[in-house]
Design a protein around this ligand. Structure first.
Ligand code: PMV
Length: 308
């Protein structure tokens, strides 16, 4: 049977979410512990999708999957292929709608799988344009950060409209990521910040301050100053909370992590639910933080070593 697969990784925003929408810098890293694998194989009949969220004909998929279904239709159209005789199966370890880049990773993995299936060469630039296309449908006005991380698979400093610089995140520390189990609301959170800025233009100070924190973080990363990086993450979280995109459980998890030895903690991604991250100096502390977060009710916890 003719078949092919495509993989893509999730991402974690270390600092700068939301401010990045307003052309401030953000730092993000690929998160290979959370991956998605897409398998495309020959099957008679209309194109079918098999995922945790939906199983059935591509054309009958619910609206919330429209980024994905329109993307698949576009790739097939670009290959002059009818929407027939394929089944597309998704196996994801990236929890959806948690700010871990699931939608961009789904898009990247399906484009990789389809290009492999039709034996077409796929450049980074073409892949990026397809993932950006799908992300615009998913999120309305995405900064493009998720797309770049999942396509390039390296830590990046990103400024919307100006592009990205690869950064060396080879720090002697650990990131703990914990899922609140509550769906993040990226689109709503982005709109919330936009409305707030329209009503209270002074809040733009918070956006600029986040941009400044990210620039300071780049220096601390370069100089391997983990404590300072942690302090910057804490301040970044406070500002995101002020902007109204946190959630009581995210705040509680941040406090639990700090109480158990984290040197910094913040929400990551769009917020209003989703995932938080904490920074720890060594594996023992990271494991303590992880078990405290588990006790506090985290739905899933990952420990990620920053050193290569
Ligand atoms: O929730 P996520 O992983 O899609 O991240 C959103 C990050 C924002 O800065 C809030 C929005 C964006 O487009 O960058």
């Amino acid at each position: 049977m003719r078949e092919s697969t495509g993989e893509a990784v999730g991402k974690i925003i270390l600092m700068g979410e939301h401010a990045v929408v307003y052309n401030m810098p953000a730092i993000a890293l690929p998160f290979p512990q959370a991956k998605i694998i897409t398998r495309v194989y020959e099957k008679r009949g209309p194109v079918k999708i098999m995922s945790d969220l939906y199983k059935g004909d591509l054309l009958g998929a619910p609206d919330r999957l429209s980024g994905l279904t329109i993307l698949i239709s576009k790739v097939m159209m670009d290959f002059n292929q009818p929407l027939m005789d394929l089944s597309i199966e998704f196996k994801s370890e990236i929890p959806p709608e948690r700010g871990m880049g699931s939608s961009a990773a789904v898009a990247a993995s399906v484009v990789r799988a389809l290009f492999a299936y039709f034996q077409q060469p796929l450049s980074e630039a073409i892949l990026l344009s397809y993932v950006d296309f799908a992300e615009k449908i998913n999120h309305g006005n995405p900064s493009g950060l998720d797309a770049r991380i999942t396509v390039l698979e390296q830590p990046l400093m990103f400024i919307k409209g100006r592009g990205f610089t690869s950064i060396n995140l080879n720090l002697n520390g650990y990131l703990i990521a914990a899922d609140t189990g509550i769906k993040g609301k990226t689109k709503e959170a982005v709109a919330h910040v936009q409305n707030r800025l329209a009503k209270q233009p002074d809040d733009f100070y918070d956006i600029k301050r986040i941009g400044m924190l990210v620039n300071l973080a780049l220096t601390t990363i370069e100089q391997q100053e983990l404590d300072q990086l942690g302090a910057l993450m804490n301040e970044n979280h406070t500002l995101l909370k002020t902007l109204g995109v946190s959630h009581p459980l995210l705040d509680e998890f941040c406090q639990v992590a700090l109480d158990h030895g984290a040197i910094g903690a913040k929400l990551t991604g769009g917020g209003m639910g989703g995932v938080m991250i904490a920074l720890a100096k060594n594996l023992i502390t990271a494991k303590n933080i992880a078990s405290a977060l588990k006790q506090a009710g985290a739905a899933k916890i990952w420990i990620h070593q920053l050193e290569d």
